[in-house]
Design a protein around this ligand. Structure first.
Ligand SMILES: [Zn+2]
Ligand SMILES: [Zn+2]
Length: 99
Protein backbone atom coordinates (compact mmCIF):
# COMPACT_ATOMS: atom_id res chain seq x y z
CA UNK A 1 0.00 0.00 0.00
CA UNK A 2 1.22 3.46 -0.87
CA UNK A 3 0.91 6.07 1.84
CA UNK A 4 -1.21 9.14 1.14
CA UNK A 5 1.78 11.51 1.35
CA UNK A 6 3.74 9.37 -1.09
CA UNK A 7 0.77 9.31 -3.43
CA UNK A 8 0.48 13.10 -3.28
CA UNK A 9 4.17 13.44 -4.06
CA UNK A 10 3.84 11.10 -7.04
CA UNK A 11 0.84 13.02 -8.38
CA UNK A 12 2.61 16.38 -7.89
CA UNK A 13 5.65 14.97 -9.64
CA UNK A 14 3.53 13.69 -12.48
CA UNK A 15 1.72 17.00 -12.90
CA UNK A 16 5.02 18.87 -12.84
CA UNK A 17 6.31 16.67 -15.66
CA UNK A 18 3.12 17.04 -17.69
CA UNK A 19 3.43 20.83 -17.59
CA UNK A 20 6.78 20.73 -19.37
CA UNK A 21 6.82 20.97 -23.12
CA UNK A 22 8.23 17.84 -24.70
CA UNK A 23 7.71 18.84 -28.33
CA UNK A 24 11.44 19.37 -28.90
CA UNK A 25 12.60 16.30 -27.04
CA UNK A 26 13.42 12.97 -28.66
CA UNK A 27 11.69 11.04 -25.89
CA UNK A 28 8.66 11.60 -23.79
CA UNK A 29 8.22 9.94 -20.42
CA UNK A 30 5.22 8.43 -18.89
CA UNK A 31 4.78 8.04 -15.15
CA UNK A 32 2.88 5.23 -13.64
CA UNK A 33 1.82 4.52 -10.10
CA UNK A 34 2.01 0.92 -9.01
CA UNK A 35 1.18 -0.88 -5.84
CA UNK A 36 3.30 -3.66 -4.43
CA UNK A 37 2.56 -6.06 -1.64
CA UNK A 38 5.34 -6.00 0.94
CA UNK A 39 6.40 -8.26 3.76
CA UNK A 40 5.23 -7.16 7.20
CA UNK A 41 7.82 -8.20 9.85
CA UNK A 42 5.33 -7.43 12.63
CA UNK A 43 2.67 -9.74 11.28
CA UNK A 44 4.18 -12.96 12.61
CA UNK A 45 6.32 -15.36 10.57
CA UNK A 46 4.75 -18.43 12.14
CA UNK A 47 1.16 -17.67 11.26
CA UNK A 48 -0.30 -20.39 9.08
CA UNK A 49 -1.96 -19.76 5.74
CA UNK A 50 -4.99 -21.58 4.37
CA UNK A 51 -2.58 -23.37 2.04
CA UNK A 52 -1.01 -24.95 5.14
CA UNK A 53 2.31 -23.10 4.98
CA UNK A 54 3.71 -20.40 7.20
CA UNK A 55 3.58 -16.65 6.53
CA UNK A 56 7.28 -16.14 5.85
CA UNK A 57 7.19 -18.91 3.25
CA UNK A 58 5.16 -16.57 1.05
CA UNK A 59 8.17 -14.27 0.64
CA UNK A 60 11.60 -14.61 -0.89
CA UNK A 61 14.10 -14.46 1.96
CA UNK A 62 16.91 -14.26 -0.60
CA UNK A 63 15.38 -11.33 -2.43
CA UNK A 64 14.58 -8.73 0.22
CA UNK A 65 11.37 -10.51 1.26
CA UNK A 66 9.83 -10.00 -2.14
CA UNK A 67 6.22 -11.23 -2.18
CA UNK A 68 6.78 -14.12 -4.55
CA UNK A 69 3.99 -16.39 -3.35
CA UNK A 70 4.24 -19.61 -1.36
CA UNK A 71 7.42 -21.58 -2.06
CA UNK A 72 5.70 -24.94 -1.73
CA UNK A 73 2.40 -24.63 -3.52
CA UNK A 74 2.37 -21.33 -5.40
CA UNK A 75 -0.35 -19.85 -3.23
CA UNK A 76 -0.18 -16.12 -3.97
CA UNK A 77 -2.32 -14.49 -1.29
CA UNK A 78 -1.56 -15.26 2.32
CA UNK A 79 -4.83 -15.78 4.16
CA UNK A 80 -4.60 -16.87 7.75
CA UNK A 81 -6.04 -20.27 8.62
CA UNK A 82 -8.25 -19.31 11.55
CA UNK A 83 -8.66 -22.89 12.81
CA UNK A 84 -4.93 -23.41 12.87
CA UNK A 85 -4.39 -20.03 14.56
CA UNK A 86 -6.88 -21.01 17.23
CA UNK A 87 -5.16 -24.36 17.73
CA UNK A 88 -1.79 -22.62 18.16
CA UNK A 89 -3.28 -20.24 20.72
CA UNK A 90 -4.89 -23.10 22.64
CA UNK A 91 -1.60 -24.99 22.60
CA UNK A 92 0.22 -21.95 23.99
CA UNK A 93 -2.33 -21.65 26.79
CA UNK A 94 -2.03 -25.38 27.57
CA UNK A 95 1.75 -25.07 27.65
CA UNK A 96 1.48 -22.11 30.02
CA UNK A 97 -0.81 -24.05 32.33
CA UNK A 98 1.58 -27.00 32.36
CA UNK A 99 4.60 -24.96 33.33
ZN1 LIG B 1 -0.59 -19.63 1.32
ZN1 LIG C 1 1.52 -22.89 0.41
Amino acid sequence: MIKNEDMKELVDDYEEKSKKDYSNKPYIFESSVSEQALYNPKYGDDRVCKCGHRYYRHFDTYDDMYACGCKYCGCWDFEEDIKSARKTKLQKIKDLLKS
